[in-house]
Ligand binder design. Structure first.
Ligand SMILES: O=C(O)CNC(=O)[C@H](CS)NC(=O)CCC(=O)C(=O)O
Length: 295
């Protein structure tokens, strides 16, 4: 096992996505996560990513707000859930991306859907708050999704700097707004992390196509852990956690059962694809307008 934290100038990483069928109970979900972490490959450095809603999913109204924790300054960790996740990252000596954890927002009636990245030393290295909220009507068991009623949208674009690996952070419904990914690409992203909980209906119609398109147009690896199965309130999620390369090839697809997928990648492939087809240099559109409206 490579000693982590000392040599991040490696282009070789192990990417792992845990696919979960999360319940509303954080303790139960933490147990499921801890059990799956026992099965990850020995290779390091390794980035292990959990889906959206990993700790609390499909609960009663207010369930996420009730467990929302403060978000501390970077490198420190606040709240019992963050402490347990930080401990898991330390115990397994991995970078652990927690798809979303509810964190407190400026509005006491709404939480932020935060992606948190812990390092192998347990430190909180980066965070991102979901920007695009899923207010949509889908013809499924839930019929009507109104994420914005309980969630405060974020406005910060985040690329986490892990040596040669530059991880751009986005969440689920964000994938439908390609402007965000152009910005992340401009800010140096070579791996797109997209923790998700797609519906089965929209997943079957759009999931693979949207994700492959984002990988192809940004010329990035893509790591997308997903929720799967039928959850406590009857909601159904699509599964099919994916790992995709910068040419758009699906390297691993988790299917529909809980479990994990893991792939060893070489970040030099990104440079290779980009040098043969320099999309960034050919692009006639800049991100300045999107950026000034957003930030
Ligand atoms: O609600 C939670 O606990 C966690 N959040 C989610 O599950 C979110 C909001 S309902 N789901 C999506 O964004 C699905 C998007 C989607 O399915 C699509 O874009 O087609």
């Amino acid at each position: 096992m490579t000693d982590i934290g000392t040599d991040l100038e490696t282009s070789i990483w192990q990417l792992t996505a845990l696919q979960l069928c999360s319940s509303p109970d954080p303790a139960e979900n933490l147990q499921q996560i801890a059990a799956l972490l026992q099965q990850i490959p020995a290779d390091r450095p390794q980035l292990v990513a959990l889906p959206e809603g990993a700790l609390c999913f499909a609960g009663a109204d207010g369930a996420n707000l009730a467990i929302a924790e403060p978000l501390a300054e970077q490198h420190s960790v606040e709240g019992p859930l963050q402490q347990q996740l930080s401990q898991l990252a330390r115990q397994h000596q991995v970078y652990l991306l927690v798809g979303t954890l509810p964190t407190q927002s400026a509005d006491p009636t709404r939480f932020s859907a935060s992606t948190l990245l812990f390092g192998p030393d347990g430190a909180l290295l980066a965070d991102y708050q979901k920007m695009h909220l899923f207010d949509a009507d889908v013809s499924d068991q839930t019929a009507s999704y109104r994420e914005s009623s309980a969630t405060m949208p974020g406005n910060k674009v985040t690329v986490a700097d892990l040596g040669l690996l530059k991880a751009g952070l986005a969440i689920c419904y964000d994938v439908r707004f390609p402007g965000l990914f152009q910005l992340l690409r401009q800010q140096g992203m070579n791996l797109l992390c997209l923790p998700s909980a797609f519906t089965t209906v929209t997943g079957a119609a759009h999931w693979h196509t949207l994700l492959r398109a984002r990988a192809i147009e940004t010329q990035c690896f893509l790591l997308a852990p997903a929720q799967t199965g039928t959850h406590a309130n009857g909601r159904q999620t699509y599964g099919h956690s994916l790992i995709i390369d910068p040419w758009g090839q699906v390297l691993a697809d988790a299917g529909t059962l809980p479990g994990l997928i893991s792939v060893r990648i070489d970040l030099n492939e990104v440079t290779g694809v980009r040098s043969k087809m320099p999309l960034a240099a050919h692009n006639q559109f800049t991100c300045d307008q999107i950026k000034s409206e957003r930030l």
